[in-house]
Design a protein around this ligand. Structure first.
Ligand SMILES: Nc1ncnc2c1ncn2[C@@H]1O[C@H](COP(=O)(O)OP(=O)(O)OP(=O)(O)O)[C@@H](O)[C@H]1O
Ligand SMILES: [Mg+2]
Length: 352
């Protein structure tokens, strides 16, 4: 069985323990402290929360995901979906007929949900049963038309629920910062900051090596480092590359650096439609800017050297191209540097 997973949350044997982070997070949850958790894409934020809560006693998890949420009605729908998953329906035996009956909190299903009614039900739940509330991809709420107002409603209710730990999870730093650290925001200073970075290299090496060993593949430290470099040290991308390496190797082999090219070819084949679609949406100039970032890195993109390399006449044109590339989620800004969302897309582009 393939021991690698990517693009979904991981638990149990698929989860590399992160004891220091798990301990810190558990103690925050234990004390009912709200947390704003930030980290790059695919670093394992969601899995960390799920696994930490799973190991804790007497606390249930409520998990709503706001990825690409469209409007306030959609925010409600996401909350209702999470509530239905959370309120495991109560099964009881009807005393007169002896027939089993199934009930959920009637308010969830009966009324057309408004944000207020849904939050009422959520708060009633957190009173009844100790719950950790995870609001995943929270930054996307800011993008909807009445984002600010929606946040204000959420904030006013959450404030009333002071014993429940709320975890606000987000990938895109700038937007999370806007929500939690901007003075005028309703969420200003309402949660403790918690950073999730990449998994410690020694620990992840031991874990990945063990996963390959289940199929009698040998992994040296040098090879692991080469994998990590190609995958930008990010847990999710490391696992994706290992999955391809697993696919192309057989029992009893020792993996070698030259295998990485073949593994990348597997990933490129899988992602071909996706990558070509992304490129088709771009103008020739935007593509040149993107390629130049792939070649030179995304740091000094307004310098003369960058403009020359990209064959673009003005910094303003680079700025416009970059804005489009960001909107399409192809690149993002990380501490002043533009980076590819996927390191494999960058590798693919460099080979074309
Ligand atoms: N502790 C871990 N051990 C092993 N692999 C992990 C771990 N955490 C994350 N990963 C890898 O990263 C992938 C993504 O994990 P997860 O969805 O938890 O990350 P995330 O930071 O929430 O991602 P996203 O930014 O997409 O929401 C997993 O499928 C797995 O390949
Ligand atoms: Mg996540």
């Amino acid at each position: 069985m393939n021991p690698f997973k990517y693009g979904c949350t991981v638990n149990g044997d698929f989860f590399c323990p992160r004891p220091a982070l798990e301990r810190e997070l558990a103690s925050r949850i234990e004390s009912g402290q709200n947390v704003v958790m930030q980290g790059e894409r695919r670093t394992g934020k969601t899995s960390l929360v799920l696994e930490t809560v799973r190991h804790m006693k007497n606390i249930a998890l409520f998990h709503a995901d706001f990825l690409c949420v469209r409007d306030q009605a959609d925010v409600c729908r996401r909350l209702v979906a999470a509530l239905l998953a959370h309120l495991r329906p109560t099964v009881s035996i009807d005393p007169s007929s002896g027939a089993p009956t199934v009930t959920v909190d009637s308010r969830v299903a009966a009324e057309p949900a408004t944000l207020d009614t849904v939050l009422d039900v959520l708060l009633a739940q957190t009173k009844r049963r100790r719950t950790c509330v995870l609001l995943d991809e929270f930054q996307d709420i800011l993008d909807i038309d009445d984002g600010e107002r929606t946040l204000a409603v959420l904030r006013s209710r959450i404030q009333l629920d002071s014993n429940t730990p709320y975890i606000f999870l987000g990938s895109i730093r700038n937007k999370m910062a806007e929500i939690f650290f901007k003075y005028s925001s309703p969420f200003y200073h309402s949660a403790a900051a918690f950073k999730v970075g990449n998994i410690d290299a020694d620990e992840f090496f031991a874990f990945i090596k063990g996963r390959f060993a289940t199929g009698k593949r040998k992994l040296t430290r040098q090879m692991f480092d080469a994998i990590a470099r190609t995958a930008r040290d990010t847990p999710g991308f490391i696992q994706e590359l290992c999955d391809a390496l697993w696919q192309m190797s057989s029992n009893g082999t020792t993996l070698e650096e030259s295998d990485i090219q073949e593994a990348l070819a597997i990933i490129f084949a899988r992602e071909h439609d996706h990558f070509t679609f992304a490129i088709k949406q771009l103008t020739a100039q935007q593509t040149r800017v993107l390629r130049t970032i792939a070649e030179r890195g995304g740091k000094e993109i307004y310098s003369g050297a960058f403009l020359d390399a990209a064959q673009v006449f003005s910094a303003a044109s680079v700025k416009k191209a970059v804005a489009k590339l960001e909107r399409e989620n192809i690149i993002y800004n990380y501490e002043g540097e533009y980076r590819f969302g996927s390191p494999f897309f960058c590798e693919w582009l460099l080979r074309r």
